[in-house]
Design a binder for this molecule. Structure first.
Ligand SMILES: [Zn+2]
Length: 618
């Protein structure tokens, strides 16, 4: 077993930063698989497939799903979760693609030599009570908590109870001591960005439902029902719709005579329909969940909310909810790229849930930085403690040491240690895909050009405050002197602290970080840069279509705007059909290349995709 894994992993082209070695606990070996159908990779596919078969026989892999390919006849996709003594290792497992019974590609992560007890000393009821106390909220569902083996950001494996709570997070607590070990948010929001003024104001046709006494923004003509609710600016409505309730039917937007005048409702509803049509027509993808489940959105949220997506099991039917708020100037955030962006957050998670039973988990990864950073005369050093300020009634002040490593890779508080600089690949991939689909839908409904109701590679431009541009990320400064990244090496990375909880330890993001070699300091702690770093992957998407010379000097022969759907299909296939839940940006680059190979062989589209990904360092 170990021998084969080592063989396959050594051959794999993906190299990740190692986990920090922690003195208390042995860190199991983690292997990332990327066995593709690229010429020259055949042996690796055979080895990986042999490992899959062996791990099935030993009970270490369990098949979760097997699904026919949506677009290629004869192809089948399977997801195998890694199991240790009957308990799944959260996010670990392998995604196998086969053609007529023969393996084509294998992607994913497994752990070798796992040695961890699976009998929790904390019972499931006690665990749920503990999570209620930690979250300050009740469980989100009636389901019992799940017992999982959680790989932490620092590479440890922890037996944990897991359940979604009504604070909109899935909590993970140590199944022995009850300490919180991780929580994953169900909210994808654009709150790291600011919007300005403006709205399209273009007339929109509303697919409405005639109730006999009026018309509802409830589209029953498409295979999936699309329902747009109206919060009427009252925040309380939105909160109540976060959780399963039949009350959503009373909130459906309404018009007496089908002469819709509320631009927020009409734009949101029309743009949801356009996004549905684009994904169905170009990608053969049904709705958000892939099964044409009802699509729920709410508009006219209070202006202090911008646009967001809330993932299952939340939302009025437990199937998720898109929310569209307003700019600080009171302008509705419902242009087509913004609506499609939030919709795609649902597809990214929904496709992963349907295939693996898990949302996109992603990984946090680090590189080693210097021993200290200085910004505006203030310096932090290895050995210093970072202070997280108190939040009245919520949190007391906390102090933790900056997470530094010595030359052996062990955690240290020595001044000679090196700061670890982290980023969250999973979130950056999520945001990149949302911008990619936001752009693609815009091009599917508008002619190219500048200005209102014209398609471009800017995000949010129709509310007159472009938040990202994927054609030239470096032309947008998010703070003076700091532009959006267009390649690996330019990404925003963050200093973290080492939080010790009992025998366990975790990371927490601080306000300090670097971009390239330049240090910065944000106004508050906790942001992991996912929106900013998304432009690395989304810029590759742009380059594969339009071609051109990348900032690095690399030249890419794009497929041209007339062939943009070819590139869109390769990118979407990578995340929808092939990706494992535990994913990194380099692995995503390989998955998209595999998708292009599947669809087009090694023709010009593959070359464009390959060159574009290579140009951005993926
Ligand atoms: Zn987003």
């Amino acid at each position: 077993m170990r021998r084969i894994q080592a063989l396959v992993a050594l051959a794999a082209p993906v190299v990740f930063a190692g986990a920090a070695a922690l003195p208390a606990q042995p860190v199991p070996e983690r292997y990332t698989f990327a066995a593709t159908s690229a010429p020259g990779d055949a042996l690796r596919v055979i080895q990986a497939n042999a490992l899959v078969e062996e791990m099935i026989l030993t009970g270490e892999l369990a098949r979760v799903t097997v699904r026919p390919d949506r677009n290629l006849p004869g192809r089948v996709h399977e997801w195998f979760a890694q199991i240790h003594r009957g308990v799944p290792i959260h996010g670990a497992g392998l995604s196998r693609q086969s053609a007529d019974g023969l393996p084509v590609s294998v992607f994913g992560t497994t752990f070798a030599d796992v040695d961890i007890g699976v009998v929790p000393s904390l019972g499931s009821a006690a665990a749920l009570g503990r999570m209620e106390a930690l979250a300050g909220a009740e469980p989100a569902t009636d389901e019992p908590p799940d017992l999982v083996i959680l790989p932490t950001d620092l590479g440890e494996l922890v037996l944990a109870w897991s359940a979604p709570m009504q604070d909109l997070h899935t909590w993970f607590i140590d199944a022995d001591g009850g300490q919180p070990v991780h929580r994953q948010s169900h909210v994808y929001t654009e709150s790291a960005v600011g919007f300005g003024l403006g709205i399209t104001g273009a007339p929109q046709k509303v697919s409405a439902w005639n109730t006999g006494v009026g018309f509802q923004a409830w589209d029953r003509l498409r295979p999936a029902e699309i329902v747009t609710m109206d919060a009427k600016g009252e925040l309380i409505d939105r909160f109540s719709l976060f959780f399963p309730t039949p009350a959503w039917q009373d909130a459906v937007a309404w018009d007496d005579d089908n002469e819709w005048t509320n631009a927020s409702i009409t734009d949101a509803h029309a743009h949801l329909g356009m996004t549905y049509d684009y994904l169905a027509r170009v990608h053969n993808w049904a709705g958000i969940d892939g099964q044409d489940g009802r699509i729920l959105a709410i508009a006219n949220i209070d202006r202090y909310y911008n646009a967001s997506y809330l993932s299952p099991p939340f939302g009025p039917q437990g199937s998720g909810l898109m929310s569209f708020g307003e700019t600080s100037e009171g302008v509705p955030l419902v242009p087509v790229d913004v609506v499609a962006h939030e919709y795609q957050h649902g597809v990214t998670d929904g496709a992963m849930l349907a295939r693996t039973g898990l949302p996109v988990i992603g990984r946090q990864g680090f590189v080693l930085g210097p021993s200290h950073l200085t910004v505006d005369g203030e310096t932090i050093r290895c050995g210093d403690e970072h202070t997280f300020p108190a939040i009245p009634f919520l949190r007391e002040e906390e102090r933790h040491s900056y997470l530094c490593l010595d030359e052996t890779g062990s955690v240290t508080t020595s001044r000679d240690g090196r700061l670890t600089l982290w980023m969250y690949d999973g979130g950056s991939i999520h945001e990149a895909y949302s911008d990619i689909v936001g752009t693609a839908v815009e091009f599917s409904v508008h002619p190219p050009g500048e200005g209102l109701s014209r398609a471009d590679y800017l995000l949010g431009e129709d509310v007159e405050d472009t938040i990202r541009r994927i054609d030239s990320p470096r032309s947008l400064e998010i703070r003076p002197g700091f532009t959006l990244p267009d390649a690996i090496g330019q990404e925003f990375r963050f200093v973290t602290v080492h939080v010790r909880v009992g025998r366990l330890s975790f990371i927490r993001y601080t306000r300090w970080g670097t971009k390239g070699n330049r240090p910065f300091r944000l106004n508050s702690d906790g942001y992991n840069g996912v929106h900013w770093n998304s432009t690395i992957l989304s810029h590759a998407f742009y380059l594969a279509i339009e071609g051109g010379t990348h900032g690095s000097g690399a030249t890419v022969a794009g497929v041209g705007g007339a062939n943009r759907h070819l590139v869109e299909r390769a990118f979407l296939r990578g995340i929808i059909d092939l990706a494992p839940p535990s994913i990194t940006l380099p692995l995503m680059g390989l998955l998209i290349r595999q998708a292009a190979l599947d669809l087009y062989g090694t023709d010009a589209t593959f070359v464009a995709v390959h060159e574009a990904l290579t140009a951005v360092g993926l």
